[in-house]
Design a protein around this ligand. Structure first.
Ligand code: SAH
Length: 367
């Protein structure tokens, strides 16, 4: 699909919709935990840095908040409420009574094929804001210039706008033969993923820099790999790859299908994210925290194979279905995947596997 300016094509990989057993809404506890353990940092940063009163004095009494890559389920409402609490507290501390005159408008953004129906039907009944859905890719423009005061994006920026072109090109050195992701040894494939991520982050930041009002704030949770940590996602991706190869060996799917399948996500190193924000130059990093340092999280306890498999299914079933179209194949893939994950979690007592994730609070560099 072409973007408005016709410069970049992108693909969309929605999470499982609805509220059924395989839905994202029912299988996103890890992401909820990330939002929960970082909420006080985001809240305090907003209270400290967002000058609500100056926005009201200089433009209007409407404060606009957007959650980018909101998906379906309660996580987005939880994050939005945290931001609203912070805005209200700040506004009160600046002498304004909440119900006095401040009006709040919240935009829920995701790809057009996200299950917005379920999302909008589950909006909190007692909400203090006007809600709107904004369909489209966050790698391009979504809002008018200088219109949003607080942006959030949680667990969404690791989704690439496309599988890196070179890794599916048989003539390229980075051709990812027989694999669906990469390990550290696959330098060329890793570089192709990293380059695509850099390009995507650049377009994301450029668009947001135009849309954020001067003095506005952006909070980002990205499932990045902490320094000196082994990549726990690699273990899940390898398990999935083993499942697909075994199924191809059994003739349930073809080897060509496995060769041409690649996961359209990239878990960057946390330093890589910082460098990209700095290189873009339009934002200043005000806070940066690694999630594993915020509470005592033990990967081996948390990655119960059943939950891990259900969370992977909620997030990746859409991508897999799009590629492997055989009837009933998804159940088989995830039955086998759960078994592989159970074997793989034997690795996790190794303390060099740390929880993925970083929180970045950023502001306009010039503001
Ligand atoms: N923020 C929620 C959901 C994360 S799931 C939470 O923390 O639980 C990731 C979401 O990002 C998915 O719904 C996916 O469709 C969305 N997403 C991925 N790439 C996107 C893009 N380029 N533009 C808009 N949404 C995107």
């Amino acid at each position: 699909m072409e973007s408005k300016k016709g410069t970049q094509s992108y693909e969309s990989f929605p999470m499982n919709g609805g509220e059924g057993q395989y839905s994202y809404a029912q299988n996103s506890n890890s992401q909820r935990t990330g939002a929960d353990i970082t909420k006080h940092i985001s809240r305090d940063a907003i209270i400290e840095m967002l000058d609500v009163e100056s926005f009201v004095q200089h433009s209007s009494n409407v404060i606009r908040i957007a959650d980018l890559g909101c998906s379906v389920g309660l996580n987005t409402f939880f994050t939005i409420q945290n931001i609203i609490d912070a805005v209200n507290l700040k506004s009160q501390s600046q002498g304004r009574h909440v119900l006095d005159s401040l009006e709040l408008q919240v935009f829920f953004n995701d790809h057009a094929d996200n299950d917005f129906n379920t999302l909008l039907k589950s909006l909190p009944k007692e909400k203090q804001y006007y809600a709107a859905a904004v369909p489209g890719t966050f790698h391009g423009r979504l809002f008018p210039e200088s219109s949003i005061h607080v942006f959030n994006s949680s667990y969404a920026l690791h989704w690439l706008s496309r599988v890196p072109k070179d890794i599916v090109d048989k003539n390229s050195d980075a051709y990812n033969y027989g694999r669906i992701y990469f390990t550290n040894e696959d330098k060329k494939v890793a570089a192709a993923y990293s380059a695509q991520f850099a390009k995507d982050i650049e377009s994301f930041l450029n668009s947001r820099a135009l849309e954020l009002v001067p003095g506005g704030i952006m909070t980002l949770i990205i499932p990045c790999v902490p320094p000196d940590s082994k990549n726990v996602f690699e273990v899940a991706a390898n398990s999935m790859e083993n499942v697909l190869v075994e199924m191809a060996n059994k003739g349930l799917i073809s080897h060509e299908q496995v060769d041409s399948f690649n996961l359209p996500v990239y878990m960057p190193a946390s330093e890589e994210v910082k460098e990209l924000i700095e290189k873009n130059g339009k934002f200043k990093i005000e806070r940066s925290e690694l999630l594993y340092q915020l509470y005592d999280f033990k990967i081996q306890q948390a990655v119960d194979a059943r939950n891990g498999s259900m969370e992977m299914r909620a997030a990746f079933e859409g991508v897999l279905k799009n590629h492997f179209k055989e009837e009933g194949i998804m159940d088989e893939i995830f039955i086998q995947f759960e078994k592989k994950l159970a074997e793989a979690t034997l690795l996790f007592p190794d303390p060099s596997y740390r929880q993925l994730g970083g929180l970045f609070v950023i502001k306009h560099a010039l503001a």
